[in-house]
Structure formats: C-alpha cells, structure tokens
Design a protein around this ligand. Structure first.
Ligand code: SF4
Length: 329
C-alpha cells in the first residue's frame, strides 16, 4: 500500500521545495569540524558559528566544539577552525601570532569572491561590494582590500556610492543575496555608472539561486510558506522574502517544528516548505511530521534542479589526516 493510499485525503497539502537545505559549502564546513574533532580530540575551537544554524552549532558543541568570536579567546597553540563565511587576511595573521593551528573551512565559492576582490584591487579598481552590512562574509571579503572596497547595502545604498574613476569600477557581491534584489541594485548602479563592470562569474552561489528559484515556483500556490532556518542565516531570511514577493500569502522562518503556530495554518490548504543552505534535512522532516499531524500529510516534492556539487575537505586537514593514518601504519 502506498503512502497516498494510507494518508486520508483532507484537501490539504504540502509543496516541498527541492533543492533545499545543506549546500556543498556547509556540508564541507560541518564535516571539517567533525573530522578535526576525530583527529585532534576535543576541544576544537571554531571562530564564529561554523554555519548559521542553531541546531548544527548545538550538535557540534555537544561533540566538543567551542565556538568563539575572536582568535584571542583561543588558547595559544590550540586548533581553530574558520567558518564557512570566510575571514579577512588579518584573522590568519592573528592566528599565526598566537601559534594557533588554523583550519580554513571557508566555502570555496566565498574564497572565489575573495580572489576577485584581490585581483581587481591589484588593478586599482574601485570595488562595489553588494551585501549586508555587518554580515561575516562581507567583513571577510572587504578585509581583502579595504582601501578599494565600498559596501552597497541593496538598491537604497546606490546613491551613497562615490568612485575615483567611473571607467574603472566593478561590482562583486555576497554569495547569499536575493538574486532579484541584486539585479535591481546593479541596474541602479549602472544608471549612475554606465561603465560598471560585472564579476567574471556569478558571485551569488548556485545553492542560493537554486533555493530561491524553486521557492518562487511554489510560492504562488501557497497560503503559507515555512522556511526552516535561523534568523542570522542570510539565505534563509531571503527565502522568506522571495516567497512573499513571488505570491505566497504568508511566510515564516522557524528553527524548529515546534515554533510553527497553529494560527498560521488556519484556513490554509497549501503549505510550502523549504530550508536554508545551512539546515540539515532532519529539521525539515520534523516540520513535515508536525504538519502531517495537523492534516497536511499529502506531500508533493517540487524539483527544479539536481545538485551534485561537493567540495573536498580543506587541504591542511586532509594532509594532517593522511599523516595520522600513515603514523598509525
Ligand atoms: S550558501 Fe553558497 S557560498 Fe554559502 S556555503 Fe553554501 S555553497 Fe558556499
């Protein structure tokens, strides 16, 4: 007997977005902490939240990871992992001064933007970095070339931009922005600076774009879209905004299923469910179980992309794992 046959038909349904949840960069960062704990034992220090998700952070804490804000909080000589969002070069220097064993879990797609920033700064460009002020990724990227980079925080930030030479300007962006809002920001920038150059390849990453694309597909049919993700997760917050812009009648961000309020479901026939790139799927499954208990047991998965990208662990960790394996014989 199929699930459909066992689930009583209530006329209520869930549209489940795919792709959703973990991206290749988050998967790699979480694995980096887990493998470092296995290799070196607890505690392992992690500068900032390894990824912006409460559940992931709590789970790694239970395994022996200690999350700190800055390198100064890490005892000299200890192991520190830098989060998936990337760090400014000075953070590596501080780690070296404190003789920390640093492992860099920066997502390779963030590292790519750092390289672009360095390259354009070396050619003396003014770099307009589109992103959210105060976000760790933006602080890290801006730290690559502070004298050349100015932040443009969305379309409203465009008027504040001043450049030295309008023929030598490029825009780059944070990886987890709203694709549509960024296009709008760029269009406004180009009105002011017609010779503005674009990044050599998209800075908004595949995972961010794919999750936004599928939520746009389902949103018009949804009375409410529930996004699983933490409030400090840029791409999760964007998913709620994208869902609302695309026609969902309501949208809510929750870390856990128990945060879903019954009032959100009152009168709803179709509930959309998705999750940010730092969210393990077990949290989504808990949301689906919660919804099924409230009559939303009929789940249709809507797939708009097939993601196969994976990243290998940081080189420094792989080398250490190999050396440990060789020493064990
Ligand atoms: S959201 Fe994109 S940039 Fe951020 S970790 Fe995932 S793949 Fe990398």
């Amino acid at each position: 007997m199929t699930d459909a046959e066992t689930t009583p038909r209530t006329g209520k349904r869930v549209l489940l977005a795919n792709p959703r949840g973990y991206c290749a960069g988050v998967d790699r960062a979480v694995q980096t902490v887990e493998e470092a704990l296995k290799l070196y034992g607890a505690p392992i220090y992690v500068r900032k939240q390894i990824v912006h998700n409460k559940h992931v952070v709590r789970t790694l804490e239970a395994q022996g990871a200690i999350f700190v804000e800055e390198n100064e909080e890490v005892p000299e000589g200890a192991t520190v992992i830098f989060s998936a969002h990337g760090v400014a070069p000075e953070v590596y220097e501080q780690a070296e001064q404190r003789s920390l064993r640093a492992i860099d879990a920066t997502c390779p797609l963030v590292t790519k933007v750092h390289h672009e920033a360095r390259r354009f700064a070396a050619q003396d460009y003014d770099i307009l970095l589109i992103g959210h002020e105060g976000h760790e990724e933006v602080i890290g990227t801006a730290g690559e070339a502070p004298a050349h980079i100015q932040l443009v925080d969305g379309p409203d930030g465009v008027d504040k931009v001043t450049v030295r030479d309008p023929e030598k300007v490029v825009w780059l962006s944070q990886t987890t922005l709203s694709v549509d809002e960024t296009l709008e920001t760029v269009a406004r920038l180009k009105k002011r600076l017609p010779l503005l150059q674009s990044p050599p390849s998209d800075d908004i990453c595949y995972a961010t774009s794919n999750r936004q694309h599928v939520v746009k597909e389902i949103a018009p049919e949804c009375d409410v879209v529930i996004v699983v993700g933490s409030r400090n997760s840029s791409n999760s917050v964007r998913l709620v905004e994208v869902a609302l812009d695309a026609g969902a009648r309501a949208g809510h961000l929750v870390d856990f299923a128990h945060e879903i309020e019954d009032a959100w479901l009152t009168g709803a026939r179709t509930v959309g469910v998705t999750s940010g790139a730092s969210v393990p799927d077990e949290l989504v499954q808990q949301v689906l179980a919660h919804l099924a208990e409230r009559g939303f047991g009929d789940v249709e998965e809507i797939t708009t992309a097939d993601e196969r990208l994976t990243f290998s662990l940081p080189q420094e960790l792989k080398r250490a794992m190999k050396a440990a394996a060789a020493a064990r014989g």
